[in-house]
Ligand binder design. Structure first.
Ligand code: ATP
Length: 437
């Protein structure tokens, strides 16, 4: 890390991140040419690369590096009964007030004062509302079925848990099902950029186990998920746990993993004790037997669940805030190498020298199968370095006149700004080692 790092104030930083995201093609406001639509964003060319890298890392760690975890990609629209069973339809038909600051919601009848009991923030007017986003299925007007876009991605995991068990050889308790997918909420106060959107992406694990092992697995997943986040943040010391005091009736404990340096809300992921609440309710509403039979112990029971449910977009935002660094004469995104949109950039020293361009193209074409590679031949080298630093590209490779003689290129490191000469033949190996792929 450079000693001349100058952390910007956090509110300032948020504005800078929003502006950088738009200017460099990470995130655009949704429907902008029509004046926008609050709570919706589009990920641009660099944003989609970064988000895909992030999701791939999560998937690799969760499903491939943990035995007994498999994946799922469930439908966004489900039978509307799902949301009755989950409690989402019923719990949002009462008049509610929402705190504009911490977003906790309270039944209007229970609130006797005008301030939030949790943080003393201002409360909204009481409203009857439902946080689910409704949609209608069918083509005949007057004969359409109301359904909902899913309010949380995890529900399809409960619906498919028996299908997963019966179709996956050797899967037995304890086991997990993972999913990355979109969720939709009619948030009362969308805002703070990617932090509170109406359409967002979640990564979830539902871990199915026996009641007697819930404490053990809760602790395991709480620590495991924190370790994963620590492995991808530039400043892991900015991560912490928040323990919930108010718990759902079925929960024994609940923790959030927080990005404590956030200028807006801090919650990034919830570690939830869901007990057998979800499966029991779905069994009740669907009439299906959702119990599990343990042949070794000759025991039949409804599995208990530890859930880890995190926000992909919030993680994206927090990673950007955490990586953003202003130095004397440059802005640098010190993103984890595996998450940066490009891993390497290739430049010919001069764009008007065909022999340099041809050699640089050859190197670019050779690298692009293994790495995400940027090409830049505009402006001078200094400007190109500046531009790549600002989007977090870990390595820049320059082809100069000497390259044509000694078959070596200059490789410049984003964080140290040091340059070394590397043989073209050794370049891939050098990058694999440096990027720790
Ligand atoms: P909050 O209290 O901030 O509304 P929540 O506790 O309702 O969040 P969960 O239902 O536990 O959130 O969802 C799991 C994760 O999904 C959250 O930790 C967060 O990262 C993400 N998430 C939830 N709501 C939003 C949203 N409106 N926009 C972006 N991400 C969200």
């Amino acid at each position: 890390m450079q000693t001349n790092d100058k952390p910007a104030s956090s509110a300032d930083k948020m504005e800078k991140i929003v502006s950088l995201c738009k200017r460099r093609g990470f995130v655009f406001p949704g429907s902008e040419i029509y004046g926008g639509l609050q709570g919706f964003y589009d990920f641009g060319p660099l944003g989609v690369e970064m988000k895909n890298n992030l999701k791939q890392l999560w998937w690799q760690w969760m499903t491939r590096e943990h035995e007994n975890i498999v994946g799922l990609d469930g439908a966004i629209i489900t039978n509307p009964k799902v949301w009755e069973a989950s409690g989402h339809v019923k719990s949002f038909v009462d008049p509610l007030v929402e705190c504009k600051k911490c977003h906790h919601r309270f039944k209007a009848d229970d609130i006797l004062v005008e301030k939030c009991p949790d943080c003393y923030g201002e409360l909204t007017e009481p409203r009857i509302y439902n946080i689910l986003v409704p949609t209608e299925l069918g083509v005949i007007e007057g004969d359409k079925t109301r359904s909902y876009l899913r309010g949380e991605a995890c529900q399809t995991i409960y619906l498919d848990y028996k299908n997963v068990l019966s179709s996956t050889r050797g899967l037995k308790i304890p086991f997990g099902i993972c999913q990355i997918g979109k969720a939709f909420r009619n948030e009362v106060t969308p805002g703070n950029f990617l932090f509170r959107q109406r359409e967002f992406e979640q990564w979830d694990l539902q871990w199915f186990c026996h009641e007697s092992e819930m404490d053990k697995w809760f602790e395991f997943w709480k620590n495991e998920r924190m370790n994963w986040y620590k492995s991808i943040f530039t400043h892991p010391e900015n991560l912490g746990f928040y323990e919930h005091e108010k718990l759902a009736h079925y929960a024994k404990k609940a923790f959030d993993i927080e990005y404590t340096a956030s200028p807006v809300g801090k919650e990034m992921e919830g570690i939830h004790w869901r007990g057998d609440w979800d499966l029991s309710n779905h069994a009740k509403f669907s009439g299906e037997d959702l119990s599990y039979f343990d042949a070794e112990k000759n025991e039949k029971f409804i599995p208990q669940i530890v859930e880890t449910s995190g926000g992909v977009d919030r993680t994206f935002l927090f990673l950007m805030l955490d990586a953003y660094t202003e130095e004397e004469d440059r802005i640098v995104l010190k993103l984890n190498y595996k998450i940066a949109p490009y891993q390497v950039a290739v430049f010919p020293l001069l764009a008007n020298k065909p022999e340099l361009v041809a050699k640089a193209r050859e190197i670019y074409n050779n690298l692009k199968k293994e790495f995400n590679v940027a090409w830049d031949e505009r402006g001078n080298i200094g400007k190109r370095y500046y531009s790549q630093d600002e989007i977090g590209t870990p390595f820049c490779v320059t082809v100069d006149f000497e390259t044509l003689e000694d078959k070596m290129v200059t490789v410049r490191n984003r964080d140290t700004m040091q340059q070394e000469r590397v043989e073209i033949n050794e370049l891939k190996k050098y990058l694999f080692n440096s990027l720790k792929f």
